[in-house]
Design a protein. Sequence first.
Length: 255
Amino acid sequence: MFDQEERKVILETVSKYYEFTSHEIGEDTVTLRVPEFHLQPEQNFIKLTRELEKLGFIIFTSTSDVDEIIVMAKPSTNRKTDYRIKIALLAATIIFALYYGYTYQVSYQGPGDFLSNLATSLLFYMLPLTVIFAGREAAKYVATKRNGMQYTFPIFVPNPLGIGSMGMINSPNKPYVSRRAMIESGGYSIIAGFFISIIFLIIGSLTTYNFPPSAPIVNSPVQTIGSPLVLQFIANPLIPSNGILDPLALAGWAG
């Protein structure tokens, strides 16, 4: 609960950037009504967010029809525990993706030398998938820095029953400072990952077309799940009609 001094600091800080008509003191929050808040310059909210953050508070807007600003104390979190969980999920994703890449390579080329299949799966499935994820995170890093926010490591979602990974989830440790920051952080990441995936998908599809699989039966997830319409529109002329992709194209499809 805020003490008298904290309430005073919050009200004085907010008044530097906005004229509020009323405020309400809750148990853990201070809610201020700002008429026509949505018409105010977005930069004011960004500056207010940064100033209150230095004082130990976080700020967000109300989802109701009333223009309100809500201030609350920054919640205490165990960053070491959060970080360990994220690393554990990343490790699980790597293990499952590596296992799936190896089993798919064996299915695609047929049983052979263990080291040869392992090296091929690492080079043509695991490495491209890593490049796609790294590209997405690099784009998100640019977006967060561009908007004056701190980059936070994502949550990887392992998929032990499928292609090894179900993707990543953005996990900022504080609210986005603006709508633009939220859109850019997610949008940059998706766009970068999409274009990198397309490159691998097209190159791998050409390889599939010119060098079809050696094994008579390949258990390809594309045959079961299918491809997004955008990928079909861009790369369909290059992808074999049976949906069987070589490991490189599969990495692009998974990305």
